[in-house]
Design a protein around this ligand. Structure first.
Ligand code: GLY
Length: 353
C-alpha cells in the first residue's frame, strides 16, 4: 500500500495548496456532508487553491454511510464531468472520509483523494491508514477497500466547533494509542485537562497520536499482524456499541471503546500481567470522563453473541489484543465465555453499575 502523507497543519490554506499541487488533476471536487457544508466549507471556500472546485454534498451521520449515498457520489462525479485524472477532497468526519475514500478508490477504477478530517475521531483514526468503505446489509464497514489518501491534512482549528461528546469519542482512540505506545504518552493523555482545552497542546497530542497509528500501519498495512494492536478495547467495545444500538440508547464509538478498554485491560492483568495500578489509573480517567454504560448479567449472553459475530473473529474464536505493559502488545489472545463474563463482572463492579 502506498504511504500516505500526513500533515499536521500550521496553515491549512498553504498546506492544502501544496497537497493539491502534488496531485496533478483536471477537475477538483470537494465532498462535504450537511454539517461540514455549514461549519467547515466556509473556511475552505475562501482559499484560492479550491476556487475552481465543484462540490458534492451528502447527508450526515453513519446511517447514511451506505450504498445509496455512495451511488449518489459516483453519479455526481460522473454528471459533473470527473475523469480518471480528477481529484477528490473529503472534508468531514469518519463517515465522509470512509465513504469519500471508497467512492474515489472505485470511481473509474480509482482517482486520487485528499482527506481533511474535521472531527477528532477522524483525525486520529478514520482518515489515517487507508481503510475505506460503507456499511452494508446491517453490518458496519462491511464493504470497502484498503486505499490510502494521497494526503491527510490535520488542523485542530476544526475541533473548536466540536461538542464535548464528540471530542471525548476521539480522545478514547488517542488513549488507546497511548496504551499501545509509551508510558510517557499515556501519562500525558491522562493528565491533559479536557475541561479547559488548550488547542495548541491538543494539536501536539493529536500529532503524536497520528504518528503512532502511522507507524503501526506502515509495518502492517493489511492487518495481518501488528495492526491488530489498534483493536485494543474494540472487541468488547464493538459489542457494547451493538448492544446500545439494539436497546435504543446508542453511544458514540469512542465511548464504547473506552468502556471496552476497561474490560480488556482487566483481562490483560489476568492473562498477560498488565500492572494493576495502571489499570486503576486508566479506569479512573474513563469513569470520570465517559461515565458508564449500564447493563445487567441477563445481557451477558447477548454481548457474547455480538463478540462471536464481529468480523474480526471467526469459527467462534474471540480474539483480543492485550498488553503486558504499556507499549508491550500481545496480539491474537483468546478468551473463553467464562473469561468474557468475568471481564463484564469486573466492569460492572468497578464502574459501579
Ligand atoms: N481503526 C483501526 C485501524 O485502522 O486499523
Amino acid at each position: 500500500m502506498n504511504k500516505q502523507e500526513i500533515i499536521i497543519c500550521h496553515c491549512l490554506k498553504e498546506n492544502l495548496g501544496q497537497a493539491i499541487a502534488r496531485c496533478p488533476h483536471d477537475k477538483l471536487f470537494v465532498l462535504v456532508d450537511k454539517h461540514t457544508h455549514e461549519c467547515c466549507l466556509p473556511i475552505l471556500s475562501k482559499y484560492e487553491c479550491i476556487k475552481d472546485s465543484q462540490f458534492i454534498c451528502i447527508q450526515a451521520e453513519d446511517v447514511h454511510k451506505n450504498l445509496e449515498t455512495l451511488a449518489y457520489v459516483w453519479k455526481e462525479l460522473g454528471d459533473q464531468g470527473a475523469s480518471r485524472h480528477s481529484l477528490l477532497i473529503n472534508l468531514g468526519g469518519g463517515m465522509v472520509t470512509d465513504l469519500g475514500g471508497f467512492a474515489a478508490s472505485t470511481f473509474k477504477r480509482g482517482i486520487n483523494y485528499i482527506n481533511i478530517p474535521t472531527t477528532l475521531l477522524a483525525m486520529v483514526d478514520a482518515s489515517v491508514g487507508g481503510k475505506t468503505g460503507i456499511n452494508f446489509n446491517g453490518l458496519k464497514n462491511e464493504v470497502g477497500v484498503f486505499s490510502p489518501a494521497k494526503s491527510v491534512l490535520i488542523d485542530a482549528e476544526f475541533l473548536k466547533t466540536l461538542d464535548m461528546r464528540n471530542l471525548l469519542s476521539g480522545y478514547a482512540e488517542m488513549l488507546k494509542h497511548g496504551l499501545i505506545s509509551t508510558h510517557e504518552h499515556w501519562a500525558e493523555l491522562l493528565n491533559f485537562d479536557l475541561n479547559h482545552i488548550d488547542y495548541t497542546a491538543l494539536q501536539t497530542l493529536v500529532g503524536k497520536s497520528v504518528k503512532i497509528k502511522e507507524g503501526i500501519v506502515e509495518q502492517d498495512p493489511f492487518e495481518k499482524g501488528i495492526r491488530k494492536a489498534l483493536n485494543l478495547g474494540h472487541t468488547v467495545g464493538h459489542a457494547f456499541e451493538s448492544l446500545a444500538l439494539e436497546t435504543h440508547r446508542p453511544v458514540l464509538h469512542g465511548y464504547a471503546v473506552a468502556w471496552g478498554i476497561v474490560c480488556e485491560l482487566y483481562f490483560s492483568c489476568i492473562k498477560t500481567g498488565f500492572p494493576k495500578e495502571k489499570l486503576r489509573q486508566t479506569l479512573q480517567f474513563i469513569k470520570e470522563h465517559y461515565g458508564v454504560m449500564t447493563f445487567d448479567c441477563k445481557q451477558y449472553e447477548r454481548l457474547y453473541e455480538f463478540m462471536k459475530h464481529d468480523k474480526k473473529n471467526s469459527a467462534g474464536i474471540i480474539n483480543f489484543t492485550l498488553l503486558s505493559e504499556i507499549g508491550d502488545i500481545k496480539i491474537n489472545q483468546q478468551a473463553n465465555k467464562e473469561e468474557i463474563f468475568e471481564m463484564l463482572d469486573f466492569y460492572r463492579e468497578s464502574m459501579g453499575c
